[in-house]
Design a protein around this ligand. Sequence first.
Ligand code: GRE
Ligand code: ZN
Length: 325
Amino acid sequence: MQGKIALEEHVAIEPTLSDSQVFGAHVWKDLEHRLVDVQDTRLREMDKHGVEMMILSLNAPAVQAIHDVKTAIAVARQANDVLADEVRKRPARFTAFAALPMQDPDAATAELTRCVKDLGMVGALVNGFSNIGTPDNVTYYDLPQYRPFWRAVEALDVPFYLHPRNPLPNWTKQYEGHNWLLGPNWAFSAETAVHAFRLIGSGLFDEFPKLKIVLGHLGEGIPVQLWRIDNRNAWMKAPHKYAAKKGVADYFRAHFHVTTSGNFHTPSLVNAMTEMGPDRVMFSVDWPFEDVGQAAQWFDTAEIGQADRDKIGRDNAIKLFKLKL
Ligand code: GRE
Ligand code: ZN
């Protein structure tokens, strides 16, 4: 399929580059190039595999792991200026998500507003919880101090991509001796799904009914668990024990969109399409941690209908992000 749009595609800047040095020295030289490159290897891969546009975002955990608040604000600003410069070189091929200093909700609101209104960005991509003040502080965005931020996100009418990061070492006793479970193998999804459930259970979507959240990796495992979560409440004939008014699946189907980033498996895609409807699923790669060629070859030949392929590969993203293509 030509004209695909991919939207979990990362770029690193100097202060955040080493955050992605997780696969060992043997691949770093190549990965490093692919992270800082925008207009060379990346563009050639896009041309070769029918990707018309990438929505660029900073790598992870990057700003979210910078516990010094002033530094977090400065690095987010620097990253967004770099992303905007790259988009300006080829606006027909690239647009961007804002990196946000969530350590300071007011600063995050101001930066998102600047990125959308002045730099033409189409949303935000945030790498999970923030460390605030100390490296072992963990702050999630369902907490009350983030409500004004979410009000601004709703008013700006841009989606918020909740991207994974690892849980902190002192929160991960269950993984001890099994480090292979960290990162994209498992812990990224488990961590991000819990954060998404915290947002849902907190009543955030009752307060801001127009909020739109995007999850990668075909929904971080949530679509396959939706029925079970709500069924427990129904079977127990007891009211649910969270602040939100409706069932978890109600919010997930009304406020969430998922992408295929890093999850190029047709039964999982079909499950997400079945649970959420084909209008809420979008193609993505997760470059440079995943391969554009592998993602594209899989998606272009996956056994789904052509109308669904057009939506998931392109049209849903154009609509959600109001892309001018
Ligand atoms: C990511 O998407 O951010 C990512 C990493 C590290 C390994 C794999 C991966 O940051 O997908
Ligand atoms: Zn990613």
